[in-house]
Design a protein around this ligand. Sequence first.
Ligand code: IVH
Length: 677
Amino acid sequence: MNKKEAKSRIEKLKEEINHHRYLYHVLDKPVISDAALDSLKHELELLEKAFPEYLTPDSPTQRVGGKPLDKFSKVQHATRMLSLNDIFSKEELLEWEERNKKLLPSTSKINYYTEVKMDGLALSLKYSNGLLKQGSTRGDGRVGEDVTQNIKTIQSIPLRINIDSLDKKVSLQAKKEIIVRGEVFMATADFQKLNQEQVKKGESEFANPRNAAAGSIRQLDSNIAGSRRLSFMAYDLVTDLGQKTHKEAHKILQRLGFRAGEENNDSLNSFCDDLSAVEEFYRNISKKRKQLPFWIDGIVININDLNIYQRLGVVGKAPRGAVAYKFPSEQAVTIVEDIQVQIGRTGALTPVAHLTPVRVAGSTVSRATLHNEDEIERLGLKIGDTVIIQKAGDIIPDIVEVLPKMRTGKEKKFVMPKICPMCGSKVLRKEGEVAHYCTNKNCFAVQRESIYHFVSKKAFDIEGLGPKIIDSLFENNLIKNVVDIFDLTFDELKSLERFAEKSAENTIKAINNSKNITLARFIYALGIRHIGEETAIDLADSFGNIDKLKKVNQDDLSNIHDIGGVMADSIVKYFKDQNNLDIINGLLERGVKLINPVSRKHTAITGKSFVVTGTLNSLSREEIKEKIRVAGGKVSSSVSKQTDYLIYGDNPGSKYEKAKKLGITAVSEPEFLAMLE
Ligand code: IVH
């Protein structure tokens, strides 16, 4: 990016951020996610670093905390209300510890107290002689807003604290004025109820529980604030009541009558001897996150020993002795540099956005699928646009929104190619379909994609024949279709650049071993349109052998429960095509042997439909699917009303949310394994 471009982008970013900050902080009505806003700010910060001449004092990056609103009276905080620095990875966690160690005597033993990071807003409470006197928001850290009337309606904030529970040694002076800090939040169930009520009243919904909590606390009318069910979790005891560690502070807070983690239960707060224990806490919380009754956006790690914590001091507006280890954000902002078309196995042309690489949900992303022309139209997307992308689980990200105000005028409209970029044949959009297709059956790209599919894990599962090797076999005219794979010789493979003697030998072995295959996998490998793994199993179960299937007609298929009209048409059409029959015969002639399907057991889960999501711990995806099938269950890739169970692993994402909405039973991996027993 040259200087002129940087200047213009910086200006646009500032405008965009200011606009969203206003919607968020003044009106409490954000229209983009926090992650997307953070991503915009992050880009601005980087550009200002690279082009410091364009850094101005009014830049959103120069802002320290929010300014108190005018409508409430101001409160000077007795001690500054600090914020936390964020980290996102194990490496950053280790670096944080290393930095602290350098500032401490080598004899200091550091251990930690970890807590969930509530997604709400910070509140400071002042108690005089045990009575709640004042509640205030953070504001800019030094001066906040007096929200005493409103927070008095929050049931988890005690109006009187139990100062008699304190140690006898605590001075009277200390007991006189006690300051407690924590987070005001709205439980997920209360948030959902509130939004339902908002809809009924014809008012707009809140974007998330935090905005709902912030909006409620800032209500001038405490009756309204009171009607919104808010909660409070304490995390900091500012007054010295004899606590030597964070853990002790939490115990005291609990005795005083606060909710401060869970007593006798380490699930929300935990003492951690070292960083590996901290990581374990982070992992456990990530897993449990979706089941908690409130939203959290990470964990907070405090150095447990308060002496050490104090000694490390503060940089900027954050203490050195604590950090927020955030969950990976699932949205980010980036630029669509180009839109290119990919051709799939079925000949469908899929537009793919090539992005300026950006980190989202823990990994770097440079592509997003655009599905089809209609989707580009719906988004109003042009090449060169700044967009919000979203990733859920481990799937390719989607573009969720275009930020049209970020345009420079140089953006270009995308036009679907009229001829196939691979083979030059005509491209057509079939009536009633959203996709465009290459009309050439023998299109090089289509053939190549069918071979990728044919050798893939769920099909012939031929190890050693990855996409790069297949490309090179094509380029060297060694294969044209799937049958040719079985004619490959050791010498041919060895002649390729990518092969050594040993790997050529192993690949030939793998090809030979793949020849014994179940009928279901064989059908799936053929790549019949609309026929996924599960339908292939249904077909194998119903027909039992390939000869019967070759003569299939519509009537045969109408009795099979899960096969609808579109699938039936596709199956019949496939087996009517002589080209396809030649492929099947060619494979059989080369020694492919179809083994009988394993008989399925009848168990408690027979006939039930399952969806698997998230990262599993003890089984691979294929293994768990196999277990479901052997026990008579069915596996599907998307959650619908027909789903009976969702099996979830770590970081489950959107499928989990959807299942929850539909009231589908969600079981963890161990729970599922227990079901099988
Ligand atoms: S400790 C020195 N503990 O996160 C600041 N903060 O990003 C003391 N938060 O302003 C903060 N849960 O509003 C702490 N268990 C927790 C928290 C927590 C949520 C919020 C808090 C803070 C912000 C920093």
